[in-house]
Ligand binder design. Structure first.
Ligand SMILES: O=C1O[C@H](COP(=O)(O)O)[C@@H](O)[C@H](O)[C@H]1O
Length: 257
């Protein structure tokens, strides 16, 4: 029987500093459930403002870092140590402070930075290796995908009006015309986002206030972030602060694990 997607769960916190510990507890619980069930935790991370909200994970003794398999929800096509690299940000904010094995962090193949198609293809193959073959699994099922939103409603590197919004088959796509610099990027596609067990958006600050109310209160406008609707029984969460949610009509829930 076809089941509609679960409605999003919105948590709005007084401030970003209240949000951080709750997000860390949420991630810790997700990894515990996944490790107990499957012996690993598959996570996709974004760049931008997201990595700085992950600091609450540092020093948590309940986290089994060696069980994490980390991919990027999107990545800018730049060297790993470039200031625009999403991996670079995640490394600075989290990975250099925790004992996660380097081989469990799946970064772009640095030999393919001048071959966008080959780069996206190689990243898709890396996902296939982790999630079994495309024949047995139509799309990978991430335990958790953490996303941000831009003021234009983009998420990952899926931008309003872009042809990649219509991608139905690929797991990883590339673009060389990102309206936000840098122009060359790779991104997970909507079918991958919408097969995840959990997807959590994180958005804080006044710059997100208008777009957040459009995404949550007017999903019919079809902004990229409104198209993230994990298939049942998957669940979509929003972790925001009160500055970002000031204009949102959608009902917030009290945070509970
Ligand atoms: O370009 C990107 O933008 C989004 C949103 O960034 P933010 O700084 O407004 O949070 C980010 O989620 C994505 O990973 C990044 O490549």
């Amino acid at each position: 029987m076809h089941h509609p997607p679960n409605p999003p769960i919105l948590y709005s916190f007084q401030s970003a500093s209240d949000l951080g510990p709750a997000l860390a507890a949420f991630i810790a619980k997700a990894q515990k459930e996944s490790v107990e069930k499957k012996g690993r935790f598959t996570l996709a991370l974004s760049g931008g403002s997201l990595p700085k909200h992950l600091k609450g994970l540092i020093g948590n003794p309940a986290i089994k870092w060696d069980k994490w398999q980390v991919f990027y929800a999107d990545e800018r096509v730049v060297p790993l140590d470039h200031p625009d690299s999403n991996h670079g940000l995640c490394k600075t904010e989290l990975f250099q402070h925790v004992p996660i094995p380097a081989e469990n962090i799946h970064t772009l193949d640095q030999t393919l930075l001048n071959d966008l198609e080959g780069l996206a293809d190689a990243y898709e193959k890396e996902l296939i290796r982790e999630f079994a073959s495309k024949v047995t699994a139509r799309f990978p099922v991430f335990d958790l995908i953490l996303l941000g939103i831009g003021p234009d409603g983009h998420t990952c590197s899926l931008f309003p009006g872009h042809e990649l919004l219509a991608e139905e088959n690929g797991w990883v796509a590339f673009l060389e015309d990102s309206p936000k610099p840098p122009p060359k990027r790779i991104t997970l596609t909507f079918p991958v986002l919408n097969h995840a067990t959990r997807v959590a958006f994180v958005a804080t600050g006044e710059s997100k206030v208008d777009v957040l109310s459009t995404i949550l209160d007017k999903p019919e406008e079809g902004l990229p972030a409104s198209r993230v609707k994990p298939a049942y029984p998957g669940q979509l969460y929003w972790f925001v602060d009160n500055s970002a949610s000031a204009k949102v009509q959608y009902s917030a829930s009290s945070f509970k694990l």
